[in-house]
Design a protein around this ligand. Sequence first.
Ligand SMILES: Cc1cc2nc3c(=O)[nH]c(=O)nc-3n(C[C@H](O)[C@H](O)[C@H](O)COP(=O)(O)OP(=O)(O)OC[C@H]3O[C@@H](n4cnc5c(N)ncnc54)[C@H](O)[C@@H]3O)c2cc1C
Ligand SMILES: NC(=O)C1=CN([C@@H]2O[C@H](COP(=O)(O)OP(=O)(O)OC[C@H]3O[C@@H](n4cnc5c(N)ncnc54)[C@H](OP(=O)(O)O)[C@@H]3O)[C@@H](O)[C@H]2O)C=CC1
Length: 488
Amino acid sequence: MDSSQIKYVVIGGGIAGVTCVETLSLFGGDASITLISASPLIKTVTNYSQITRVAETFDVEEKPLAYAEEQSKNVHVIQDSVTSLSIIDKKVYTSNGQCLLYDKLCICTGGKPRVIAKNNPLVVGIRDTESVKEFQNKVKTARRILIVGNGGIATELVYELEGCEVIWAIKDKSIAHTFVDAGAGEFFLEHLNKAKDNTQTGPSKRLKYTSAASTSPIPCGLSGGALGPDWTSNLNFHGEIDEISHRIHVEREVEVSDIMTPDEFKQSELKESLCWPDVQWPVFVSLTNGIVYGCDLVVSATGVIPNASFTNDSHINSHFEQAEDGGIKVNSCMKTNVDSVFAAGDVCTASWEHSQHWLQMRLWSQARQMGCYAAKCMIADVKKEEISLDFCFELFAHMTTFFKFKVVLLGRFNAQGLENDYEVLLRVTKGEEYVKALLQDGRLVGAVLVGETDLEETFENLILNGLDLTPFKENLLEPGVDVEDFFD
Ligand SMILES: Cc1cc2nc3c(=O)[nH]c(=O)nc-3n(C[C@H](O)[C@H](O)[C@H](O)COP(=O)(O)OP(=O)(O)OC[C@H]3O[C@@H](n4cnc5c(N)ncnc54)[C@H](O)[C@@H]3O)c2cc1C
Ligand SMILES: NC(=O)C1=CN([C@@H]2O[C@H](COP(=O)(O)OP(=O)(O)OC[C@H]3O[C@@H](n4cnc5c(N)ncnc54)[C@H](OP(=O)(O)O)[C@@H]3O)[C@@H](O)[C@H]2O)C=CC1
């Protein structure tokens, strides 16, 4: 078929959707491409840099939706929310009554924060620019904040919050558990109560929000694109009390058992811990260890729910096979079970047999990679060509910053899916670096690199080439030894 007759439609203006549109525009010939997004701002990837074969960094800029039209040929944008689909006659319906025909459709509708006690105004979740603004406003008058969750947002937030007391309630024994093991958690622990270092010495995670002014609101019930790296930079998270710079108390191995109003708390006859004289807290949180804290605000940093119910029509939503985590299942060609419909980014669950060293995490790098690969799959599908799984799905690689330390995670970095038949090599220099290598049958299968270790490229190669490291094991992490010399 002549490419000019092809109609691609992409839903969602986050990193996955925008990358998908850009790739379609680049490789899709003269096809017509429509981007429909509920949010007036899109996320664009700039200054892309390939650090190793798989690890990458890039800036993320927020731009008006029209930018996508200006940058890529054959692209038409619509700010609207998709309300329904007709999967038989391949039509997309929007809330403003538009109806679009598609040949290939890609769903990139992201995720929503999983918030405990969703309807309580004193319990907030963080996802997009709007929710951060709302949070910032509430923080200004906060004296004590309780943060629930032990993943990316909580770990970044406890470092950023100043001017108030922070109670960090985690399910695990160690901090930052979603990303690092207990050892690295210990390594970070000593930086927890240190005053925040505001100098920009560590690597920036390179998000540039050029918060383009926008007058068009996001339709009720929908969120804008997820924030990304450095979402805390240039934002002030300062509570009411100047004398408190950084005071964090970690409650380990607990969950929230109840969130109470002052009246409910009074009636419960429970005792409050760490109470402040003459302070009336607006909300009380009881934990599963029996401890109760009064606070001004609760942050629920408890993960993401894929936005798989992206239409108002539950009958249509139910056509899409969902994985256990609620994501729309996609195969190794990013195809859903519905004819001609693909999905990418936080909304989807990679349901192919993963390579030994890859796992899905809902991260911006994976959103970009999936968006790009989904576009290639859509084009290949039109041309009825075979496509092989992109190389980026061979190895998990994530670069980020926690407590001002560069963090690189490779492969099965947290021993995910490994039985007990692996060994761990460790090198720790207090306050400087934490290097953990996981070996299975003498072969490197995962690594956690904290600090300026300069080991990411070598370790990535070692994981990918599966070299038996048994003869070098003793020296692999010896300080001063250039690991690369072994393999020349
Ligand atoms: C606070 C925070 C910090 C983060 N920090 C990092 C980090 O440091 N590193 C990292 O790798 N990842 C980070 N992430 C995760 C990362 O931002 C996401 O994984 C990634 O941005 C997901 O991109 P996406 O395009 O799949 O979805 P989203 O960015 O959520 O985009 C979804 C889009 O779909 C639109 N949409 C939804 N429903 C409809 C509909 N019915 N009709 C039309 N449009 C619709 C939305 O408006 C939005 O434009 C962070 C996330 C958060 C919340
Ligand atoms: N630097 C980075 O790379 C960052 C990445 N992100 C990404 O943004 C997204 C949102 O971040 P975030 O919300 O922190 O999600 P994460 O998935 O990173 O972490 C969620 C945390 O909440 C815990 N949790 C889940 N349910 C409950 C509950 N009911 N009670 C107590 N704890 C609970 C989880 O524990 P368990 O796993 O045991 O269920 C986990 O520790 C994620 O995809 C994350 O990867 C966000 C910020 C920074």
